[in-house]
Design a protein around this ligand. Structure first.
Ligand SMILES: Cc1cc2nc3c(=O)[nH]c(=O)nc-3n(C[C@H](O)[C@H](O)[C@H](O)COP(=O)(O)OP(=O)(O)OC[C@H]3O[C@@H](n4cnc5c(N)ncnc54)[C@H](O)[C@@H]3O)c2cc1C
Length: 270
């Protein structure tokens, strides 16, 4: 099937100049059902303009060819009107500089197929969850939270979100609110460059790995998360994913693969 501009941008929200939340509505067709944690593709033609902050295209781009990339779905699977995506600008990238030029009402390609196994589908309903992400790796967890987190949830959720600065922490207002409202939901934002903050940062500093090593999840939960009770999800920057996996494996967790069931689930963005 030809790739068309088959959807409309219904909302763009700039978290900061290099981080974008974009909502897309299908034009005349129904969204497929998705499981929280899955992804689909979005795209724009080479003729779409690049945003001011970007660098020029690295390679010559065919103006008629659709540039397609995968994005985790951030919206919950319990609403079917739009799909939400949480996107970081790669200044030299082919697609993201074009996404950052989008305005409400612009047309975009939205893939009709949804895919991915980074989901809660095979996880016991009472297993606790530690959801660790850098940057826009938070997107699949927003979908999980929006779909499954209720005041009655039996399991504990802990979101650890790493970014360089406090202003890079998208969705932090929503997650902080949930942290205050629900005793079984914890949100631990962590920034790696506290020295750049405009006002003193009162939260955690360092990397996701440091939060795990410092035992902050155990402190919040009143018990140490272990492979018998907890599944861990890692999403975003590949070095965070690899380094944190090593830490978890040293504590008895094992990687979940298509062939072997484990308690650590990985999604690498590049
Ligand atoms: C399953 C899956 C889900 C994804 N979901 C998301 C998502 O929800 N949000 C999102 O922003 N990206 C996501 N990505 C990455 C996305 O597909 C693109 O690779 C990214 O947006 C860059 O596209 P581009 O065309 O601008 O850059 P390209 O021209 O394709 O350049 C690719 C290079 O950009 C760098 N890069 C890619 N992604 C990032 C990033 N997030 N942060 C910093 N550098 C990066 C890497 O060096 C990579 O080699 C996902 C990737 C996969 C495989």
């Amino acid at each position: 099937m030809a790739r068309e501009l088959n959807a409309i941008v219904s909302e763009t929200i700039l978290v900061n100049a290099e981080t974008l939340i974009v909502r897309v509505v299908p034009d005349g067709w129904e969204l497929a059902e998705h499981q929280p944690g899955q992804y689909c593709v979005i795209g724009l033609p080479g003729s779409a303009p690049r945003c001011d902050l970007s660098e020029p295209d690295e390679k010559e781009v065919d103006p008629d060819k659709m540039i397609i990339r995968a994005y985790s779905i951030a919206s919950g699977s319990n609403q079917q009107k739009h799909m939400e995506f949480y996107v970081t600008l790669v200044r030299s990238g082919a697609l993201t500089p074009r996404l950052f030029s989008l305005k409400r009402g612009d047309r975009i390609h939205l893939g009709q197929k949804v895919t991915g196994v980074f989901t809660l589908k095979e996880i016991p309903e009472d297993a606790n969850l530690v959801l660790m992400a850098t940057g826009t790796g938070l997107a699949p967890y927003m979908s999980m939270i929006r779909t499954f987190l209720t005041p009655e949830s039996k399991r504990r959720f802990c979101v650890i979100h790493g970014a360089r600065h406090s202003w890079d922490l998208g969705y932090s207002a929503q997650l902080s609110l949930l942290n205050g409202l629900l005793p079984h939901f914890d949100y631990i934002p962590v920034i790696s460059r506290p020295q750049d903050e405009i006002t003193p940062w009162g939260g955690e500093s360092g990397y996701i790995q440091d939060i795990w090593k410092r035992g902050l999840v155990a402190e919040r939960w009143g018990e140490k998360p272990c492979a018998e009770t907890t599944h861990a999800f890692l999403c975003g920057n590949p070095s965070m994913v690899v380094d944190t996996l090593v830490l978890l494996e040293a504590e008895g967790f094992s990687e979940h693969t298509r062939k072997v069931a484990g308690e650590v689930h990985l999604e690498r963005y590049w």
